[in-house]
Ligand binder design. Structure first.
Ligand code: SAH
Length: 217
């Protein structure tokens, strides 16, 4: 991908966002560099593009939203990426987080159930020459068993309960980040797969759109 940090429209807004993320406690330089490199405005509809670098969630169509940059940054930090990982993202949405992951990991698999969003994300990622991403359209609530195991699984929509079959698709030491709950109350949970057992750690309250599908709502 061509780093666009220092040129083009929105360059200053993007630098301001990176500074804001740093001030909020994001220390991982690779994550900050990814935010400086990926043009978020290319992943949101034109009508809200002027707010692309504000630290806010924005509508992306089909009643879905792109998360606040601060949320993406925090989730990426919780995944402890080194650049070597195979990652599964469930809920491609805008494709923005997919582009960040493509810079921060080795291989990214991403599934989106809504064809319209999947197509828009595919175009944006192609225009930016993001090469290490495999996209699929369909219900990702059962993961991507053919491509498992994954070192990291990020679920971008809230599941009704801890998805056991996703835990099974983790490699040893693999991390799963998933919001669990309904439209009223959700909690972000991190699961780490040990040699013999899974460690489940509640992280924080969360607010995501529902995971819709066979193993979703
Ligand atoms: N990280 C994305 C999140 C988008 S919102 C972003 O910031 O742009 C969550 C996305 O999950 C929505 O696009 C929604 O359509 C998708 N989704 C919900 N249930 C799904 C499922 N079962 N399989 C795949 N995608 C799903």
């Amino acid at each position: 991908m061509v780093p666009q940090a220092l040129k083009g429209a929105y360059a200053r807004d993007r630098q301001r966002l990176v500074a804001e993320l740093q001030e909020s406690g994001i220390e991982d330089l690779a994550i900050l560099h990814a935010f400086a490199s990926v043009p978020r405005h290319r992943f949101v509809p034109e009508a809200v593009r002027h707010r692309a670098y504000a630290n806010v969630a924005l509508p992306i169509g089909c009643s879905q939203t792109i998360s606040r940059p601060g949320v993406h940054a925090l989730h990426l930090a919780l995944c402890r990426l080194t650049g070597e990982e195979r990652v599964l993202e469930i809920g491609t949405g805008s494709g923005f987080q997919t582009a960040l992951l493509a810079l921060l990991a080795a291989e990214v698999y991403s599934i989106e159930r809504l064809p319209q969003l999947a197509d828009t994300a595919r175009c944006a990622l192609k225009e930016l020459n993001v090469g290490n991403v495999q996209l699929a359209t369909g219900d990702g609530s059962a993961g991507w068993p053919e491509a498992a195991p994954f070192d990291v699984i990020l679920v971008g929509a809230a599941a009704p309960e801890l998805p056991a079959f996703l835990c099974e698709q983790l490699s040893v030491n693999g991390r799963l980040l998933v919001p669990i709950g309904d439209g009223e109350r959700q909690e972000l949970v991190r699961v780490v797969r040990g040699e013999t057992e899974f460690h489940v750690e509640p992280i924080d309250r969360a607010r995501f759109v529902p995971l819709v599908g066979r193993h979703g709502w």
